[in-house]
Design a protein around this ligand. Structure first.
Ligand code: PEP
Length: 259
């Protein structure tokens, strides 16, 4: 157990994004194992984000545990004639606390724009849900030397219209697209550099005090063996975990390495 986080005011947040994996039965089995294995963890916020179809059952199971519930998307509207959309009230009833927004897979396959992500983030805040807003450059953008420009545009665009208070309560996730599901992790130095840059952008938008309080997760092939070094960086405040969150043993190992 390390004390390396003592200097950081921000509490670590480690979230598992199960994506389009796990039937309801499988999700129940996974979360049952996590509740058992993580029952003593108090030092970090642990979040699981199952598919919508599993939220109800998982919600009932985590209610009395130290695990919080997240969803993987949210409508930019409320109830109404929006076929296929999930309104905030539906998530609130299930005690969902977080919503992942603007994941690169949604930006890529559903053409989600920064403007749409900003509308969804505003909708989340208006309904007491905490958005986890994802940003990150592609490999081509990194190789072209435009990582900072791309990430700054995404941060400004995806948080546009939010108040300083809402930005402060938002979780950001820096996820280089080239590191997602590829087994290629950004080095801790590469990740720290972009996280520090994002904090600078936040400071220029809403001032130093707000920027210092925003939690910024890293995502991209995080696993037990690299978690400690990544999470030890001064501006990395947690992890958004895809593949390694699908097996209790792997996700638990990441959390054990974070405390
Ligand atoms: C993700 O999709 O948010 C992610 C980080 O995936 P993986 O951990 O599998 O790279």
């Amino acid at each position: 157990m390390g004390l390396f986080r003592m200097d950081k005011a921000r509490r670590l947040i480690i979230a598992g994004n199960w994506k389009s994996n796990k039937t309801n039965t499988e999700a129940v089995a996974l979360v049952t194992d996590l509740i058992r294995d993580l029952s003593t963890v108090k030092e970090v916020d642990v979040v699981v984000c199952p598919a919508f179809t599993a939220l109800s059952d998982v919600s009932r199971l985590v209610l009395e545990s130290n695990i919080r519930l997240g969803a993987q998307n949210l409508s930019d509207a409320g109830y109404g004639a929006f076929t296929g959309e999930i309104a905030p009230g539906m998530l609130r009833e299930l005690s969902v606390r977080y919503v992942v927004l603007g994941h690169s897979e949604r930006r890529q396959y559903q053409n989600e724009s920064d403007a749409l992500v900003a509308k969804k983030a505003a909708n989340a805040h208006a309904n007491n849900l905490i958005p986890i807003v994802c940003v990150g450059e592609t490999l081509a953008e990194r190789e072209a030397g435009i990582t900072e420009r791309v990430v700054e545009t995404q941060v400004r665009g995806s948080l546009a219209g939010l108040t300083a208070e809402q930005v402060e309560a938002t979780v950001l996730a820096y996820e280089p697209v080239w590191a997602i599901g590829t087994g290629k992790t950004a080095s801790s130095a590469q990740a720290q550099e972009v996280h520090a840059f994002i904090r600078k952008v936040l400071a220029s938008m809403h001032g130093e005090a707000v920027a210092k309080r925003v939690r910024i997760q890293y995502g991209g092939s995080v696993k037990g063996s690299n978690a400690r070094e990544l999470l030890g960086q001064p501006d990395i405040d947690g992890a958004l975990v895809g593949g390694a969150s699908l097996e209790a043993k792997n996700f638990v190992e990441i959390i054990r390495n974070a405390i």
